[in-house]
Design a protein around this ligand. Structure first.
Ligand code: PLP
Length: 339
């Protein structure tokens, strides 16, 4: 019951992506609490699998996992050196000349990395900014120079080759380890791998890593079951009306647990009893979801919303979003079990 997180599957996915990355060193992205699954459990497990390079978004996330990882684990902070940040034991990925000069002034011997913008226009130094500080930055000995792909989940998108060419133009011959690929970039092939790869979502069972082992099972306890007569309605707005004598199960989870109302908007969301799918009916409310279980011979104590049959991307698509958002929205109220 509750949220079951298969740590061995995360380790297997890391190893599978590491194998795809050939000779590139495989890192692991554990930002946003390891995509909602629990960085304090996931990061040490990935260390055990062989990962030594971890990426988080914020210094606070890095500080939280630092005591749980041995000293030879590097923790890169993607937001870089923000004003007032405590970066002890962490490696900021410096995104602008401003961050670079702040960092060098405050931690002259502290380890750092550099992020370059190759077209995404989100984080990183632009070509002209990089050209201006490049000699000084390289002399200071960055651990890594990296950039990020905007369209790696669309292999035919012309931006991939354009960003790759821009990265080469900015970094060829620098003599510093380079990193370019997240999950999608790893799958684009060896041209994109460089020295270190940064898989995130693929570790957690999400697209575009189609061969990922499923990582999460989420089963929602049935609170109550009732019989509903034809013509009777269910839930807020009386949004669903029974066309036949029906049995309705009410399960304990809702939009406050990360299961957005929009997931039910097309009426295609299903909860599972073993291999049998049961349609969600009526609106998803804050703490409760109603399910048509009429066709089940017996109502089990819990129904699954995420499992090997219905993964995070399938659920996400019903709400017009992506698996990343389903994962990182998983609520704090679920009872969590780590396998
Ligand atoms: C989130 C992130 C990653 C991981 O991306 P996935 O698509 O989840 O593999 C890698 N690098 C950077 C800079 C990121 O922001």
């Amino acid at each position: 019951m509750g949220l079951v997180i298969d740590i061995a599957a995360i380790q297997a996915n890391w190893k599978a992506l590491a194998a795809r990355a050939g000779s590139a060193r495989p890192g692991a992205v554990v930002k946003a609490d390891a995509y909602g699954l629990g960085a304090l459990r996931v990061a040490p497990a990935l260390y055990q699998a062989g990962a030594r390079d971890f990426f988080v978004a914020l210094a606070g996330e890095g500080r939280a996992i630092r005591p749980h990882l041995p000293d030879d684990a590097r923790i890169f902070v993607l937001s870089g050196h923000m004003e007032g940040a405590d970066l002890a034991g962490l490696i900021p990925v410096l995104n602008s000349p401003e961050q670079f000069f702040r960092d060098r002034a405050l931690r002259p011997r502290g380890p750092f990395a550099i992020q370059l913008d190759t077209g995404m226009n989100r984080l990183g130094m632009e070509a002209a900014e990089w050209a201006a500080i490049r000699a000084e930055a390289l002399a200071a000995g960055p651990q890594l120079v990296m950039s990020h792909l905007a369209c790696a989940d669309e292999p035919d998108h012309p931006a991939n080759a354009q960003q790759l060419a821009a990265f080469h133009a900015m970094t060829d011959g620098i003599g510093v380890p380079r990193s370019f690929a997240a999950t999608g970039g790893i799958l684009l092939g060896p041209d994109y791998h460089f020295d270190l790869v940064r898989p995130g979502v693929g570790l957690y069972g999400g697209e575009p890593f189609a061969d990922a082992k499923p990582v999460v099972t989420l089963s929602l306890p049935v609170v109550q079951t009732r019989e509903v007569k034809p013509g009777e309605s269910v839930g807020y707005g009386y949004n669903w009306t029974a066309a036949r004598p029906s049995r309705v199960a009410t399960v304990a989870a809702g939009y406050a647990d990360g299961l957005a109302r929009a997931l039910g908007r097309e009426g295609k969301l299903r909860l599972w009893a073993g291999d049998r799918a049961c349609p969600v009916i009526g609106r998803i409310s804050m703490d409760l979801i109603t399910v048509d279980v009429t066709d089940l011979p017996e109502v089990p104590p819990a129904l699954e919303i995420l499992n090997a049959r219905q993964g995070v991307d399938a659920v996400a698509a019903l709400g017009g979003t992506i698996g990343y958002e389903i994962l990182t929205s998983l609520g704090r109220r679920y009872e969590r079990t780590y396998l």
